[in-house]
Design a binder for this molecule. Structure first.
Ligand code: NAD
Ligand code: TYD
Length: 344
């Protein structure tokens, strides 16, 4: 089997490659990653030694660099590469369109030209917009994205489906809820809360902290992706979720509890513009068709994740001390920084 994975130096992509190569060690797997601020060579530990593993430092928009790999024949493309953080998309939306929409289109065009057998697009439940207190997103929920990030992912989903309808490219789309686990970049809520709490720094909660996310451990997500890649029906969208809705405040309190830190580390800060109130995903379709269900209980997965960040201090200290940190402090001083706190 020969597959091309994009974004494999990021959080979910690196976990997926580790999982996939453990199960299918004979695979030839080309990992295409631009190594943006979120891509990290340290995330690739544990799989670079597989004989079939190759790393290609490239932009998914770079047709010239990618074409030889497509021309050599591919059984599958799995597209994780993206700008993935909502707050950044509010600050600087253009790169989200470039990578998430144009980049996906470039991969689709190559896949169609060279007859790739399966194209799996890693999408998000955020394309459905926000829920009120009741109900769940199904695959039939209308696309109603709110943030520039979510809009760029919805745009990519439409292009992916257009390639199925227009050219018969065998595509699959998964829309997963909020992931957590090892190697997640510390701009996202869970790793940020863990790292700030470990350092006795304030943990910022946006607005009233009562927004709800549906959390899933990254290992459960990777297992679902393998099921979809193998047995999903072309042209089909599959939701993936943990059926684990928690308010942000509940999540942060659990983390503080696990670390034995006081609740007064929580800082309520200005809300995110256009902040989606609630996400929750129905998983009936993937359960019925592919027999998949999330298996890792939140309390267990969160404790394991906290343990991972405690054990991998060097990993996140390197990130915090990098040039990226300077940018981050300048723009978002209150999040990871030591001093300024833009309290509400
Ligand atoms: P991440 O930000 O940790 O990793 C993204 C990776 O893509 C990085 O390694 C980065 O270097 C690479 N990349 C960015 N632009 C690129 C480009 N132009 N060319 C090549 N590589 C590029 O993201 P993540 O959290 O691992 O998310 C992976 C995918 O899963 C994304 O498509 C995201 O939309 C989707 N997703 C994420 C979540 C979540 O909770 N994190 C939930 C649902 C779906
Ligand atoms: P995040 O991890 O950025 O994921 P997403 O925006 O894709 O859901 O945020 C998860 C939730 O936590 C979201 O409601 C925003 C909130 N949040 C905070 O309250 N404080 C923070 O410092 C961050 C990063 C997020």
């Amino acid at each position: 089997m020969r597959i091309l994975v994009t974004g494999g130096a990021g959080f979910i992509g690196s976990n997926f490659i580790r999982y996939f190569l453990r199960r299918y060690p004979e695979t030839t797997l080309i990992n295409v990653d631009l190594l943006t601020y979120a891509g990290n060579v340290a995330n690739m530990e544990g799989f670079t030694a597989y004989p079939g593993y190759r790393f290609l430092h490239a932009d998914i928009n770079d047709r010239e660099k990618l074409e030889p790999y497509f021309a050599a024949g591919l059984d599958a493309v799995v597209n994780f590469a993206a700008e993935s953080h909502v707050d950044r998309s509010i600050e600087a939306p253009l790169v989200f369109a470039r990578t998430n929409i144009n980049g996906t289109l470039n991969l689709l065009a190559l896949a169609q030209q060279y007859g790739v057998k399966r194209f799996l697009q890693i999408s998000t439940d955020e394309v459905y917009g926000a829920l009120g207190p009741e109900g769940l997103f199904t695959e039939e929920s209308p696309l109603a994205p709110n943030s520039p990030y979510a809009a760029s992912k919805a745009g990519a989903d439409l292009l992916v489906l257009a390639f199925y309808k227009t050219y018969g490219l065998p595509v699959l789309i998964t829309r997963c809820s909020n992931n957590y686990g090892p190697y997640q970049f510390p701009e996202k809520l869970i790793p940020l809360a863990i790292i700030n709490a470990v350092r006795d720094e304030p943990v910022p909660l946006y607005g009233d902290g009562q927004q709800v996310r549906d959390w899933i451990h990254v290992d459960d997500h990777c297992r679902a992706l393998e099921r979809v890649l193998r047995d999903g029906r072309p042209g089909t969208v599959y939701n993936i979720g943990g059926r684990c809705e928690r308010t942000n405040r509940e999540v942060v309190r659990l983390i503080l509890d696990l670390l034995g830190k006081p609740e007064d580390l929580i800082r309520y800060v200005a809300d995110r513009p256009g902040h989606d109130r609630r996400y929750g995903v129905a998983v009936d379709k993937i359960r019925a068709e592919l027999g998949w269900e999330a298996a890792i209980p939140f309390a267990e997965g969160l404790a394991q994740t906290v343990g991972w960040y405690l054990k991998h201090r060097q990993w996140w200290e390197a990130i915090l001390s990098g040039a990226y940190m300077e940018f981050y402090k300048r723009n978002y001083g209150y999040r990871l920084g030591k001093t300024e706190h833009k309290d509400r």
